[in-house]
Unconditional design. Structure first.
Length: 387
């Protein structure tokens, strides 16, 4: 069976709108175009307080109407589908709650899903109450490489899976910022393969020492408080599988393209980069040997469903095909009542794994998942330290 089989799309017709904010997260990684051209979907309006940015989005999407205020757009248009693009999550809850109240059936939003678990809980509770499906832009779930790797693991290509090792970009954002804005992709992929983690054990370092409450500071892109320039964390999954994630500020500032994950089994290793059409690398031993680099084999995945969908579409980027896979699947989930490929519940679970890093570091020990306390651990820590 092909790793891309099972891709699905909508059968009905839908009116979609787009929320963006030029200069404040823009339209994320192509979220404005996620529904453009999908069968049965018409993008009817765009909201952006920036006039020039709004004009550009209208041109890209083909929408007929533009608004400066997304709340006015939702009230007037009463859409079936809402795409929420801005990268910064500081107004994400406000935008999601407005979209839910508008009567929309489906929402596709940029990540991070929320700044804290209590924010995510409120959004999902409101969506559940109104029967709204939410999908989040964790595009790696739709990328060709992870799909192939999951099939190969299922076929026993690497023996018994025993560990997943994931790495951030290791650039100037290394540590807490990388964990929040990019680590969410890697932690979501761990769950894509393994389901929920039951525990987390982490250490957060700042300047070569254990991070303290005095090191907590606001993250870039208004993601909330962050901590550390070096993060190492482990997660416990079922069947004895351990997940790990590392992010640090590397001396080469990420020039080595470290953003990847490794699936380590008793009989081999699979290495996959976070790349829409990246190859999967296979090593036929449980541990890579530096004196036998020639044993690495490159495996080419099947193309993504909807590959080539963005050809000739102005503004479409390398994420476009993956965005369209997730968007089409979201609408199919609305129609058959199923869980979307990249659901809001999945995104909350990835966020919980991030919050668990800080909770574990603060406690100095392993913490159980799910977390009982839903507010941000760093906010509680700094409040307790009198900051």
């Amino acid at each position: 069976m092909s790793e891309t089989s099972g891709a699905r799309g909508p059968r009905g017709t839908y009116r979609a709108v787009v929320v963006g904010e030029t200069g404040q997260g823009n339209y994320g990684h192509g979220i404005d175009l996620a529904f453009v051209g999908l069968p049965g979907v018409t993008v009817v309006a765009v909201a952006d307080p920036d006039e020039a940015g709004r004009a550009g989005a209208l041109s890209r999407t083909g929408a007929s109407t533009g608004y400066a205020d997304y709340r006015e757009m939702l009230e007037r248009e009463r859409p079936d589908v809402v795409a929420i693009g801005p990268r910064q999550p500081h107004r994400r809850e406000e935008m999601l709650q407005a979209a839910i109240r508008s009567g929309a059936k489906a929402i596709y939003t940029e990540k991070p899903f929320a700044r804290s678990l209590d924010e995510a809980d409120r959004v999902l509770a409101a969506a559940d109450e109104r029967g709204v499906r939410i999908a989040v832009a964790h595009q790696n779930r739709a990328f060709a490489g992870p799909r192939l790797a999951r099939r190969l693991v299922g076929e026993g290509k690497i023996g018994r899976l025993r560990a997943i090792k994931a790495y951030g970009k290791q650039d100037r954002r290394g540590g807490g910022q990388d964990l929040t804005v990019l680590g969410t992709h890697m932690l979501d992929l761990m769950r894509f393969f393994l389901g929920d983690a039951s525990w987390c054990h982490a250490r957060v370092v700042q300047g070569g020492r254990d991070a303290t409450p005095a090191d907590v500071h606001p993250g870039e892109e208004q993601v909330g408080p962050i901590l550390g320039d070096d993060v190492v964390t482990s997660y416990g999954f079922a069947d004895g599988v351990t997940g790990s994630y590392e992010s640090a500020q590397a001396d080469d500032l990420g020039a080595g393209n470290y953003f990847r994950f490794e699936l380590c089994g008793t009989g081999g290793v699979l290495c996959v980069w976070s790349n829409p059409a990246g190859q999967v690398y296979y090593y036929p031993r449980p541990f890579a040997l530096p004196d036998r680099p020639e044993e690495w084999q490159a495996l080419t995945p099947d193309p993504l469903p909807l590959a080539g969908a963005g050809e000739g579409l102005p503004g479409a980027n390398t994420m476009h095909a993956a965005n369209q896979v997730i968007a089409a699947d979201l609408l199919a989930a609305v129609e058959d009542g199923s869980k979307p490929l990249s659901s809001g519940q999945d995104a909350r679970a990835a966020l919980e794994m991030i919050m668990a890093v800080y909770a574990s570091h603060i406690q100095g020990d392993r913490v159980a998942l799910p977390l009982t306390e839903r507010s941000h651990p760093l906010e509680r820590w700094t409040a307790g330290a009198g900051r």
